[in-house]
Design a protein around this ligand. Structure first.
Ligand SMILES: Nc1ncnc2c1ncn2[C@@H]1O[C@H](COP(=O)(O)OP(=O)(O)OP(=O)(O)O)[C@@H](O)[C@H]1O
Ligand SMILES: [Mg+2]
Length: 1024
């Protein structure tokens, strides 16, 4: 295998080889550029920019860029040479830094890879920051703006200042988006040729621009042409697990539930602990029986083994983080028995035994899928009188039974149905809250998954160890943890705008990335982002020595050895970087080192700048640095004087990470640019990775070797086996991310439509035409709904139609007029038009109503200040879109959740979700348009204009208009003549206050069918 690899170059190697002639060409051109003056060199930028900014066509532009690539890369290289030769000092983050970099050949190849829209995998210290300047310069010549995306603000600022030297030298402008900049500053940064920033800043700006800005002037971005993502795996894979969300306080909230159920869940958890303790001691007794002290063979050992396995499995299901269990599982024999029992339970298709086992518990936790469910016993525990209180009724059947039942009165049937629905919702909320609390107690540990600071629960990113203040777990989980810890339960927030990182980056016409570790995730990059990976050879051959993984039975033994190795290597004076997978382990190790009197630094990825400074010192003689996985990424570790002779930096890892990539990243921190260095990974069978995904074979192997306490196992075969476990987790996580994305794709399409609609309104000079279209569309929609092309006029719902018209438009339409208009209908609508499919009668009714609306609107115009009215129109449309879209986001969230609940049957939840989502989106669009019509006649640029309009509505319509439109108000507001745009919202609000339609007849619930007969819920119809 390795031999073959050696004689047959891989595809990657061939690709890299193909680029060698381009490199030669760049170098040749660069030699020629050396004789130019600075101004002559800069002139090239201006000339290219003038030419390229004229090209509109994408393919033509791409061709032109490829054409000038060698010369443009040469220009960058030449500029680097000039800065180096002149010993130019650049101030980077307030420290002067001497420029001494001229791109190596491999860096030119990396630059080419980025320009061609791929991920350049280049090891740490290979100078990716510099590599990016090549394609950035080239592509910025188009004038379309190139974005460079970093993992944190510190790196964005550092790199924009550092690399800014080159861009400025060549005559381009550079900007940087930082967290606290106001929109004006942001806009300036985006208007630069090149803009640096974090993925979150870019993403949030996009959401604000498209989902929230009310005017063109408020938008800051100017397009998505080309983005290069630094540490691309960290951003496009790790960060991509959580979408970007802008939220505000929720209108719908169930927060009090968590506090309310806390005592009950606490006693439930305690009862379960007692139960599990019993199972454990039973298991221990049986284990003794299985291994009699006198060395005799026990009878029916097979049954015993099975029984032990079941007991252990029960504890794992009931109390996955139980210390007693951990202890028992330290013995690989026990682990094997447990895994075998679990496997047996899962073999049965119907899972009868599995359910029976779970029923021994009060609740069951599934650590892999992150679920928690009450069992029958548990339901009896929490609600002894009514265990059914925690069973969701079958809603459809219940509703159907009422419909088919004996109750003759429609209203009573309706009431019964509403009650069933309400019960269902309350129950679902209750079950949800309890299940979240169970998870909070059973799976989330203080100082591992989260920390408490200033009375707040702060999430710890499990991949980086980074604290994530401000981020909250969704779906009430955060509230549940807050309740558990007894800190203030913060109000649930509601999504105002959201996008996944995946979908944000898919907006770019061209995308590229760089990192030290992409290869293992190549298929995901390709699947999701269409990004290929090009592995760039290192500038100097890598001489790092990687030791085989050392495996121990227990964590305790593992850490003892880790400590010994640190002491030993530290004594030699070699610097050591210790990687951990969580903050907790970092701190534990730090305590151990302190006890030994070893001076060290701990990095938790909390303060980027400070950390960058610490990490640059991590290569000095005698330095010991403990870091969670990704702390200090992006800053390379240079060896101090004399360290290379000692063997360079030693990297020691205390655990294997779920993803191989993260381990490679850690390992890659040493032995940069041909330096010496070494790495060693330590593992125990108690590590999560091994517990959850490690295979039986490792355990067996340990058995065969007859491993004793404190003994270590190493073997190349073992490394592979552990990698297999990692691959399984990677696959598993990829599937989850992909699934999330499939769900989000549905939302993404909807978001595109809504944002497109918004932008059309924001950017349009005059939205009145669009407004008129909208009114017409709504009228057609309603006419089609209340009338029928086939049936007699007498069967038409003309009464509700007239009501609807009069409720929304001040045209005082008598019912009889509708029929009169219908009678007059002779003409068929033009095929393909908005009216296609309507009968001549319906067509005539539409025209009749629309004419009336248009006339009323013309009248309104005549009293308004034309410019101010334009603003009112824009505002009315946007606020309808925004209000209902946010409401829609909430509905989509609930849909997602309820589909999850329904997902038991044979149906694919995704297909169900798509169908439902399509339906509610359709409704949303109709509702938005209806709301616009409803509000436009109720909004005015000033109170005076509004009153004048109402006074002049034709007399016969006035009495109807008066009730629906707030009458002839005399409460003229003092500020009515003030700046029109300010008054808009005030007037609109004042009007809305008065404009509540006068309800006649019985009160209707928001979720009841609308009395107008539309068949929609009242809240989506007349009740809005
Ligand atoms: N062509 C060059 N000549 C000399 N020094 C260089 C060159 N390119 C980069 N360097 C130096 O190499 C160091 C590492 O560069 P950089 O931080 O860009 O690496 P990186 O590939 O981004 O690493 P990481 O994976 O840690 O982010 C820097 O100190 C930089 O000055
Ligand atoms: Mg870097």
């Amino acid at each position: 295998m390795n031999f073959l690899k050696w004689i047959i170059p891989s595809r990657n190697e061939r690709e890299v080889k193909k680029l060698r002639p381009v490199v030669a060409q760049i170098n040749e051109i660069e030699a020629g550029l050396q004789k130019l003056s600075d101004d002559e060199l800069r002139q090239k930028t201006a000339d290219w920019k003038a030419r390229l900014s004229q090209i509109q066509d994408k393919t033509e532009l791409a061709r032109a860029l490829n054409e000038i690539l060698p010369e443009a890369f040469a220009a960058v290289k030449n500029a680097c040479r000039r800065l180096t030769e002149r010993k130019t000092e650049i101030v980077v983050r307030e420290h002067p830094l001497l420029w001494e970099m001229i791109p190596f050949d491999v860096q030119l190849i990396g630059g080419y890879g980025l320009h061609s829209g791929r991920i350049a995998e280049m090891a740490t210290g290979e100078g990716k920051t510099l590599v990016a300047t090549l394609p950035i310069y080239l592509n910025a010549l188009t004038g379309r703006g190139v974005h460079l995306v970093t993992v944190n603000d510190y790196l964005a600022a550092r790199d924009s200042e550092w690399m800014g030297a080159i861009y400025k030298f060549l005559g381009l402008t550079v900007g940087c988006i930082l967290h606290d900049q106001p929109p004006r500053v942001r806009r300036e940064q985006y208007n630069c040729d090149i803009t640096f920033g974090t993925n979150a800043e870019f993403g949030f700006d996009y959401l604000r621009d498209n989902g929230m800005a009310a005017r063109k002037e408020e938008q800051v971005q100017r397009g998505h042409y080309f983005a290069i993502v630094d540490e691309v795996d960290s951003i496009l894979i790790d960060e991509a697990r959580t979408p970007l969300i802008i939220s505000g306080p929720s209108v719908h909230t169930y927060d009090e539930q968590y506090g309310q159920w806390k005592p009950l869940v606490e006693s439930l958890v305690r009862a379960q602990e007692r139960l599990c303790a019993r199972f454990l001691s039973e298991a221990e007794a049986l284990i003794k029986k299985l291994n009699p002290t006198d060395g005799s063979n026990p009878q029916n050992s097979e049954a015993l083994e099975h029984e032990i396995g079941l007991l252990l499995f029960r504890v794992k299901t009931g109390q996955p983080k139980s210390e007693g269990l951990m202890k028992l599982l330290e013995d690989p024999e026990n682990l094997k028995l447990m895994n075998r029992a679990e496997l047996d339970l899962h073999k049965d298709q119907k899972k009868v035994d599995l359910y029976r086992e779970k029923e021994e518990l009060l609740f069951a936790i599934d650590e892999k899928s992150f679920e928690a469910d009450l069992t029958e016993k548990g339901r009896n525990f929490v609600s002894p009188k009514d265990p059914e209180a925690f069973v969701l009724p079958e809603l459809t059947t219940a509703l159907h039974e009422i419909d088919a039942g004996p109750e003759p009165d429609a209203r009573k049937r309706m009431e019964a149905k509403t009650k069933v629905q309400q019960d269902f919702e309350t129950k679902a909320q209750k079950i949800h809250a309890i299940s979240q609390l169970l998870k909070a107690y059973s799976l989330y540990q203080l100082d591992v998954e989260y920390v408490i600071q200033e009375n707040k629960v702060i999430i710890v990113d499990q991949h980086t160890g980074r604290l994530m203040p401000g981020r909250r777990w969704s779906d009430g989980l955060h509230q549940a943890v807050e309740a558990k810890e007894g800190v203030e339960i913060e109000r649930e927030t509601q999504t105002l705008a959201t996008i996944t990182i995946q979908n944000y980056f898919r907006l770019y016409q061209k995308l590229a990335g760089m990192t030290g570790t992409a290869e293992t995730e190549a298929s995901e990059f390709f699947d999701i982002y269409k990004l290929g990976v090009l592995v760039i050879p290192t500038n100097e051959p890598c001489v790092r020595k990687d030791a085989n993984d050392a495996v121990y039975k227990t964590r305790r033994e593992k850490f003892n050895t880790v400590l010994n190795e640190i002491k030993q290597i530290h004594a030699q004076g070699r610097p050591i970087l210790v990687g951990t997978i969580s903050v907790e382990v970092s701190e534990q190790l730090s305590r151990m080192l302190k006890r030994e009197g070893i001076i060290h630094s701990v990095l938790n990825a909390k303060y980027h700048q400070q950390e960058a400074e610490i990490i640059t010192r991590a290569g000095q003689r005698g330095a010991v640095t403990i870091a969670t996985n990704m702390a200090g990424r992006g800053t390379d570790i240079k060896l101090g004087p004399g360290v290379a002779e000692l063997g360079g930096l030693h990297v020691l890892a205390t655990e294997r990470h779920e993803a191989r990539r993260i381990d490679r990243q850690l390992r890659g921190r040493c032995a940069r640019q041909g330096d010496p260095g070494s790495s060693h990974f330590f593992i125990s069978l108690e590590d999560d990775l091994m517990r959850l995904f490690g295979s039986d074979r490792i355990v067996k192997m340990m058995e065969r070797m007859g491993l004793e306490e404190g003994q270590e196992l190493t073997h190349p075969w073992l490394n592979r086996s552990i990698q297999q476990a990692q691959k399984r987790v990677e696959q598993h996580n990829f599937q989850i991310r992909k699934r999330t994305l499939e769900f989000d794709d549905v939302m993404n399409k909807q978001r595109e439509v809504i944002y497109g609609f918004r932008n059309e309104i924001i950017h349009g000079e005059d939205v009145r035409d669009r407004l008129m279209d909208i009114m017409e569309e709504v009228v057609v929609d309603k006419v089609a709904q209340f009338t029928n092309a086939e049936s007699e006029f007498s069967e038409w719902k003309t009464r509700p139609l007239a009501d609807w018209v009069n409720l929304n438009f001040p045209i005082g339409l008598p019912e009889a007029e509708i029929l009169k208009a219908a009678d007059s209908g002779k003409e068929s609508p033009v095929p393909g038009s908005l009216f296609d499919g309507l009968s001549p009668a319906q067509f005539a009714v539409c025209n009749f109503i629309s004419d009336g609306v248009r006339k009323a609107y013309d009248l309104k115009i005549s009293f308004e200040n034309p410019d101010a009215l334009k603003e009112v129109e824009r505002f009315t449309i946007l606020s309808a879109i925004d209000r209902l879209w946010q409401e829609h986001l909430y509905e989509m969230d609930s849909l997602r959740y309820s589909i999850g609940l329904r997902g038991y049957g044979q149906r694919d939840p995704l297909i169900e979700y798509k169908a439902e989502a399509f339906k509610i989106f359709d409704e949303l669009m109709v509702n938005v348009k209806t709301e616009i019509c409803h509000n436009i006649f109720r909004s005015a640029s000033s109170m005076l204009a509004f009153e004048n309009f109402l006074k002049n509505v034709p007399q016969q319509t006035l009495h109807q208009a008066a009730s629906a439109f707030g009458g002839t108000s005399t409460a003229s507001s003092g500020g009515a003549q003030a700046r029109p745009s300010d008054v808009v919202s005030e007037a609109a609000a004042a009007v809305a206050e008065k404009a509540k339609p006068v309800r006649t007849g019985p009160k209707v619930g928001r979720n009841d069918p609308c009395p107008c007969g539309s068949g929609k819920k009242y809240k989506h119809c007349c009740g809005r």
